[in-house]
Design a protein around this ligand. Sequence first.
Ligand code: GLU
Length: 384
Amino acid sequence: MQTPQLNKARRIVIKIGSALLVDGQNACIRQSWLQSVIKDIAKLRQQNCDVLVVSSGAIALARYTFNLNRHKLRLAEKQAAAAIGQIKLAQAWSENFSVHDITTAQILLTLEDTETRLHYLNARSALDTLLKLGCIPIINENDTVATSEIRFGDNDRLAARVAEMVGADQLILLSDIDGLYTADPKTDPNAKHLPIIKEITPEIMAMGGKAPTGYSSGGMATKLAAGNIATTAGCAMAIAFGKLQHPLKALQEGARCSWFLPNTSTYSARKRWIAGGITTKGIVYIDQGAQNALYAGKSLLPVGIKKIDGYFQRGDLIKIANKEGLIIGSGVTAYDSSELNQIIGLHTEEINNSLGWEGPDEVIHHDDMVLPSPSSTSAEANAE
Ligand code: GLU
């Protein structure tokens, strides 16, 4: 099967983890590695490819400043460490790119910037403008203002959300492993490397194991979650080994990696944003009749809803769960949770009476809803 080629891409997002970029012993940038990856990126640009970098490393770089090197930092200390390290990180990227006459631009995003439609559109137009100007955006999570409840916490999903936002055709996660294995290769000698993943099924998701706890989560689970976001948005994703000089050149020359092939369904930009949603403000549980109607292309009406979980506002992204409690899709709600509680199970003609005002017929309009194919729905309903 034909795997995606780096030199054919028009727009690539490259995610670089702290372990590759930062020398953990000395809390400094691995200069020669950085220079090698920048040379690879400069080459891609000569091939008319837009490149965006999602770079971790801010917290790792601040490790020895003001004794911030304890294993577990408090939230405020992590925020301070990110502020100290981010300026060094941005400087390293900027100085090393300037050798190639390339201007970089720092973008710090919060989860809110990708989950709230208006913020998302703002961030997208800023990124588009930077790319049009010929800059390379260097992106990280805005860890200094992010609290533990409302943060990505890992740059894998952030990078996937960025790839979806800018319509990238490839997302490359440079990692300390050369791809996805059927089991953890460090502990299972029978673990098999998977070079191509056509669809991220529940079996594939299970290969990621549990997400590690702690500050910088990473791990295979978040990479697979990133794969879900990217491939649903029509973007191919690679997990590739980055712990060598010129990792992108190596990839281009056929180094072993895992490619996750893009989903071919053509969602509108709005639906791609809905599909890539990370937070869950709430869940609506629907009955079998409503589930059948949704798969037949209909909108979600109050009559098909059995119960709701969570507190949400009109316009928030919420999940849809079937009667077994499996998440089958997501969408933008036309009602907030307290209004919806008043009209659960009601027929359309009863809605206005119950509310005392004229509400929309649909709780989630078909145009505001994404229902992945039944085989790829796996997670159990669990409102945050
Ligand atoms: N944003 C974090 C940092 O720059 C890293 C998150 C991650 O490791 O994925 O330190």
